[in-house]
Each structure stands twice: as structure tokens, then as C-alpha cells.
Design a protein around this ligand. Structure first.
Ligand SMILES: Cc1ncc(COP(=O)(O)O)c(C=O)c1O
Length: 388
């Protein structure tokens, strides 16, 4: 007898988390591993955020909260979305979830019926297809091209729509490619979504990690019609170095927001009470450290770009957001898993195989790691490429 349900057999454990734990194991054994695997900031959560959570604990904020989250936090997110993103969603339609990952899953669960198709431009963040499969829907991949900056065009989107299409998952700035959609590109995509009645899940978790004076645009800001179809998702993990706190949020049209609240009320109840007070301090507090963080990432990005461009046997295009490089390793000819395993076991460099993102001839480097590690790791990667 199978002890595990059929719908679970369709999904696989997260490859990114597996590689991170393999690298951690080697480090625990005393190996000098240069880790480019993790999708999390190498900085600690700012002190004022920790203080707010400690104070919440000390003042008895230790009970259940409303399932959608504490009202001051939802109001602060409403204000942030209005002022910074030009997205007008009332606090009553904002839900605080256990990380943006949880936000994405609940949004998909709220909207998709078994058999529905969900369009996912590839390369994609590793968890989207499995989330879609978990609810019985089907991912439909649109292969983007490096020469288009790894972005799906509105025409490609229109061509991929079928009678079963329910949702598009957009992620800008993008993990793993660093691609950032422009206002014009989003306007064209929004026009197709509105005319074909496709719900848009817009994952904007990297919105402020953006370079070259590029501006982040929220697709929900591009008019009432597209706003009525869009779930905007963001969180605290990347921007405030709060990955372990598990804090994300959805801002959605009323019917979807109500559904998300119902799901959450029966599953997690609410996000950890005192973590929500940390999030409130983060969003209300002095944001100056954000620019410092972006400047630091930008410096590493530029260093990596110049080093990677000089390495033969690989191809790289400049990422304009997030903190990743997707390096095209087609000329090396190995599968991405084989390549990443060799790099880790022989050269002690941890990366994530592109197969995790639907692109098997690539590996992903995260630059959310110190410049010293980046320098040493790229020296080793260069040696690896020379020998292949
Ligand atoms: C594109 C994207 N969305 C969502 C998440 C999830 O973030 P969180 O830690 O808030 O769950 C990640 C994390 O790597 C991500 O890369």
C-alpha cells in the first residue's frame, strides 16, 4: 500500500534547499566551501526590528491574532503599496502569510481548479510548478530567451493561452535570471491578461533589489482592469534580511483575499504574533539601510559580471535585479546536476543546478555572500571551466 497520496508523488523536494544542506554538511565536516547556493541575504536582521519583536514578547503579544494578521501591519502595507507601488488595495484585502512562499501557494490554492493551466515563464523560481501541481492544476511553461533578456513577450504570452488557462505567474525582478520587466512590457502583458481574463500572480519579493537606475513597476498599478485580476505578493525575507521570520503578504481582489483568509484560518491560523510586530517595525522604520544593502549587492554584481564575462566556455547576461546570475553552461555540455555536483565535490563551490529553474544548461550563482567568498569561488570556477 502507498502510504503517500498520489498528488504528492507528482512533486519533488526543493533542489535549492537540498544543495544548501549538502554544502552545509561539507562545511560542518571542515571543508572550505564557497557557497553561492543560498537565496538569502548574508546580513543579519537589523537590530531595531529584533528589538520590536522582543518588546512584543515582553508585553504579552503572544496570543492568536486575526488570521489575516494584525491590523496596524496590514494598514502599513496598504500605505506602502499605495505610496511606493501605486497599488490601491484596502487593508481588509491584505493577508500576512508565513513567507512569500506561503503567499504564493495560498494564492494558487485560492484561484486554481484541478485541470486549470498556469502559465509560468521559464526559467522560473523553483517552487512555482510544484505549488501548481499540488492543487491539481498544470504548469504551462513559456521558454524565454537570453537574447530577450529572459523575459516573456506579450505575444508569447498570448500564444500560450488555451481554454484552460487560469493564471499567469510573473516574477520581476526575477529569480534566477535577474530580469526586470519594463513598464511597457508589463502594459502589453496586462492588456493580454485583461482581454483573455487571466489572473496574474505578481511575485515582487525582489522589488527593491534593482540596479542600473531601473525602476520596479507593479503590474497592478497599470489600471483598474488589471488590478482587478492581480494578486500582488511581497515579503520581508530578502529586503530586511528576515528569512527565518517567515513573513510574506498578499494584496488581492476581494473575492480572492477572502478565500486566502479562509484557507489561512483553517491551516496556520495566523503568522507568529511577535514576528508580525517585527515586520511592523521593519516597514515603518528608517529605510536607509536598504540603500546600503543594495549598494553592497551592486558592487558584488559588477565584480561578478566582469569576472564571469572573462571566463571562456560559459555565457552570461547582465542581471538587473535580485541577487543571482544564471550562467549558461551549454558549451561545457554537462547536465546542470552533474556540473553542480562536480563543482561542489571537486572544487568546493556550491551553486544551484539550472534544472531546478527549468533550464538544464545553466547553473545559478547567488551573490548574497561576501566578496571574499565570491573572489575565491570564482577563481575555482574559472579553473573548473578551463579544465572542461
Ligand atoms: C521569487 C521568490 N519568491 C518567493 C520567495 C519566498 O520568499 P519567503 O522567504 O518570503 O518565503 C523566494 C525565495 O527564495 C523567491 O526567490
Amino acid at each position: 500500500m502507498d502510504l503517500v497520496a498520489d498528488h504528492i508523488a507528482k512533486i519533488a523536494p526543493s533542489i535549492t534547499l537540498q544543495i544548501t544542506s549538502q554544502a552545509k554538511k561539507l562545511i560542518d565536516q571542515g571543508e572550505d566551501v564557497c557557497s553561492f547556493g543560498a537565496g538569502e541575504p548574508d546580513l543579519d536582521t537589523p537590530e531595531f526590528i529584533k528589538e520590536a519583536a522582543i518588546q512584543a514578547l515582553q508585553t504579552g503579544k503572544t496570543k492568536y491574532t486575526a488570521s489575516a494578521g494584525i491590523l496596524p501591519l496590514r494598514e502599513a502595507i496598504h500605505e506602502k503599496l499605495l505610496l511606493e507601488n501605486n497599488v490601491d488595495v484596502p487593508a481588509s484585502q491584505i493577508s500576512i502569510n508565513c513567507g512569500a512562499k506561503h503567499s504564493c501557494y495560498q494564492a494558487i490554492l485560492a484561484c486554481c481548479n484541478p485541470g486549470d493551466e498556469v502559465i509560468i515563464p521559464a526559467p522560473y523560481w523553483t517552487s512555482y510548478p510544484d505549488m501548481v501541481k499540488l492543487v491539481g492544476a498544470e504548469p504551462y511553461f513559456v521558454e524565454t530567451k537570453a537574447e530577450n533578456g529572459w523575459k516573456m513577450t506579450a505575444d508569447e504570452f498570448a500564444d500560450s493561452i488555451s481554454g484552460r488557462t487560469r493564471m499567469l505567474i510573473l516574477n520581476s525582478p526575477n529569480n534566477p535570471t535577474g530580469a526586470v520587466y519594463t513598464r511597457e512590457e508589463l502594459e502589453a502583458i496586462a492588456e493580454v491578461a485583461v482581454s483573455e481574463d487571466v489572473i496574474v500572480l505578481s511575485d515582487e519579493i525582489y522589488e527593491k533589489l534593482i540596479y542600473n537606475d531601473r525602476k520596479h513597476v507593479s503590474i497592478a498599478s497599470l489600471g483598474k482592469d488589471i488590478a482587478n485580476l492581480t494578486i500582488t505578493i511581497n515579503g520581508f525575507s530578502k529586503l530586511y534580511a528576515m528569512t527565518g521570520w517567515r513573513l510574506g503578504y498578499t494584496a488581492a481582489p476581494k473575492a480572492i483575499a477572502d478565500a486566502i483568509d479562509t484557507i489561512q484560518s483553517h491551516t496556520t491560523s495566523n503568522v507568529t504574533s511577535f514576528a508580525q510586530y517585527g515586520a511592523l517595525a521593519a516597514i515603518k522604520g528608517d529605510q536607509s539601510f536598504v540603500q546600503d544593502m543594495v549598494d553592497e549587492y551592486d558592487m558584488r554584481r559588477q565584480y561578478m559580471l566582469s569576472r564571469l564575462k572573462a571566463i571562456k566556455n560559459i555565457r552570461v547576461i547582465e542581471p538587473e535585479g535580485a541577487f543571482y546570475f544564471l550562467v549558461d553552461t551549454t558549451p561545457i555540455g554537462l547536465s546542470s546536476t552533474n556540473l553542480a555536483e562536480k563543482l561542489l565535490s571537486r572544487y568546493k563551490v556550491a551553486t544551484v543546478p539550472g534544472i531546478a529553474f527549468g533550464h538544464d544548461k545553466s547553473i545559478r550563482f547567488s551573490y548574497a555572500t561576501s566578496l571574499d567568498v565570491i573572489k575565491k569561488g570564482l577563481d575555482r570556477f574559472e579553473d573548473f571551466c578551463k579544465s572542461h
